[in-house]
Design a protein around this ligand. Structure first.
Ligand code: NAP
Length: 250
């Protein structure tokens, strides 16, 4: 049996275990399984992580809160993941070493280009400054798109507070990407604190959340004429890229 999985905490929101179970069943892949491994603390030497995983695991995804804290525990890291500063996919090499990748970058880039089309590159606003925001900002830079970050506690002049989001700021930044967990199940009645009346036709709202399928953030944008997209395509693209990485010979 080839074993794969997901580490993080909490894992109740994750679709990955079901996604891979369905994929293996659909394609009659009977020698693979993908399981959730709830891990609160990785420790600083890697022993806790190795103890929590089956000794024969061949690869795993990494989610909240470990995408950055896993980096010192890796034997090597792929260049793009290093530049992002976050890892969401680990391949166990044939020598048993952990190599880190960032497939959120691949997933977000594909899903974003699907929403914007080939030549449309509006100025962007990225809500939140965590691990997923790093992947999003990396893609925007790669695509030559300018952006501002929005944080509850802006640490530099490069970020704005939610209180600073005037109608003029919203009108200037027509792509708004939510990388915060606000609105994620079960807190579906919450949404990022924006002046939604300044959003309308010509805006693009991308929510990394995929559960619920339509968050209150997306609903408020769609009602006002914005183009909206949830995080499901990104999730599927990053999962498929992880699968390809685990099946590459290394
Ligand atoms: P994270 O590292 O915990 O970062 C989230 C950021 O959001 C925080 O750094 C914080 O930034 C802000 N934030 C946290 N709680 C907030 C709140 N209650 N209100 C407003 N802002 C808040 O998490 P992450 O790994 O980046 O993941 C973020 C979200 O993206 C999750 O919902 C996750 O499921 C989703 N995600 C989806 C995919 C996909 O494939 N679709 C991939 C990755 C992540 P400030 O402190 O600066 O405000």
């Amino acid at each position: 049996m080839r074993r794969f999985g997901l580490i993080g905490s909490p894992l109740t929101h994750s679709f990955s275990e079901r996604y891979f179970a369905d994929r293996f069943a659909r394609e009659h892949i009977s020698d693979c399984r993908y399981d959730n491994y709830q891990i609160e603390d990785l420790g600083d030497q890697g022993a806790l992580l190795r103890a929590a995983l089956p000794s024969d695991i061949q690869g795993f995804n990494v989610t909240i809160p470990h995408k950055q804290t896993i980096i010192p525990l890796l034997a090597s890291i792929e260049a793009e993941a290093e530049s992002v500063g976050a890892v969401n996919c680990v391949k166990v090499t044939s020598q048993g070493c952990y190599r880190g990748y960032n497939t959120d970058v691949y997933g977000f880039e594909g899903a974003l280009l699907g929403m914007l089309g080939p030549a449309n590159r509006p100025e962007a606003m990225v809500l939140g400054t965590g691990g997923a925001a790093k992947a999003v900002c990396h893609v925007l830079t790669k695509l030559g798109m300018s952006y501002i970050s929005v944080s509850r506690t802006p640490a530099s002049d490069a970020a704005l507070s939610y209180e600073a989001l005037t109608p003029a700021v919203l009108q200037q930044h027509r792509l708004i990407v939510n990388t915060t967990p606000r609105g994620m199940y079960p807190h579906t009645d919450a949404s990022p604190l924006l002046p939604y009346d300044s959003i309308g036709q010509g805006h693009y709202l991308f929510d990394l959340i995929y559960n619920p399928a339509e968050t209150l953030f997306l609903k408020q944008g769609r009602r006002r004429g914005a183009v909206v997209k949830n995080g499901l395509e990104m999730l599927i693209l990053q999962a498929e890229r992880s699968w390809d990485i685990w099946n590459e010979t290394l």
